[in-house]
Ligand binder design. Sequence first.
Ligand code: ASP
Ligand code: MG
Length: 418
Amino acid sequence: MSVLVMKFGGTSVATLDRIRRAAKRVGTEVAKGHDVIVIVSAMSGKTNELVGWVNETSPFYDAREYDAVVSSGENVTAGLMALTLQEMEVPARSWQGWQVPLRTTSAHSAARIEEIPTDNITQKFGEGMRVAVVAGFQGISPEGRITTLGRGGSDTTAVAFAAAFDAVRCDIYTDVDGVYTTDPRVCRKARKLDRIAFEEMLELASLGAKVLQTRSVELAMRYNVKLRVLSSFEEPSDEAGTLVCGEELIMESNVVSGVAFSREEAKVTIVTVADKPGIAAAIFGTLSDAGVNVDMIVQNVSESDYEGHEGKVTDMTFSCPNDQLKRAEKALEAAKAEGKLTYDRLEAETDVAKVSVVGIGMRSQSGVAARMFETLAQEGINIKVIATSEIKISVLVERKYMELAVQALHDAFELEKA
Ligand code: ASP
Ligand code: MG
């Protein structure tokens, strides 16, 4: 029997009416002969409300109780979805994470999935159940406590089930109709992609395209799970949405598939650090211990005998999310006070944004960087920092030019054309 995984996000189960609409889609797939595993999120807004209640009750909360509270939204939708399917005469039952059991690590509020035994659900399918409705986002720790997988975690639940049950596909129903070349709110010419490679999606997701939790894409790539992102508000069709899949399923694509951006970046320069072995390790070790996600790094040319410094000195520049800037500064200053690092001062810029072009086609085509930099130059946009990977080029620019940069790059790489 072929298993299909269908995941419904918060907006797709926001009301009883929408749950009914989602259940109809499930019924259609059952009629096609699939056994279906439905993964549900909490009704939209519910998880935020639960998180708010926890914070209000206990500012320094016990993470185990946080998970006990915030996981409950999914229990409600799972039960309601199973009831709705039963009303439609589709044999269905609900499963909470611990009943499967979806085993995770003990890292409460950010647990990782360790194992999904398939026996229980497979047995029920054998007995005539056609739909297993599973509460997303939750699992059980080795200590027997309820865990959650981090915000947006139901995507990861869905992909993990698809991998465990060797599903034909994992359909992610959401409120957008697919993955776009860039955010349509920033660039009106943004186009929906029919297909996108795992690696590209991973870059876009980690760069802030919020359609899928980044971990779910990592997991899909590792287990080669075909992922389809589609809207639950559109008429169903086989071509709907965007297929996130292995490169081998993408016949031909543009050199650049998408333009991503992140508005809230900060750039920090550590002025006059010693240029000797171990300094980069000391700086970035300090930042990583403080939980700062450093993205771009540039080490400037070094100078000898600089004003009162012995030996060679250099400036080190890095970027990180704006809301981690304070933490970064504090950690670096503490390291300086403890004598682990010496530098003259920190210079921070908080009005910067990151813009990136992403595409697997870059591996085989040269000239992408040149075209990107020329495009920005024509718009008079100054580039502050550059970083590249095999399939991505990112630049840091002044925030007020971010929209312009995205639009100009979208035009330059002709992303409106398929
Ligand atoms: N309900 C959880 C959240 O809002 C998990 C999810 O929907 O993916 O983050
Ligand atoms: Mg989501």
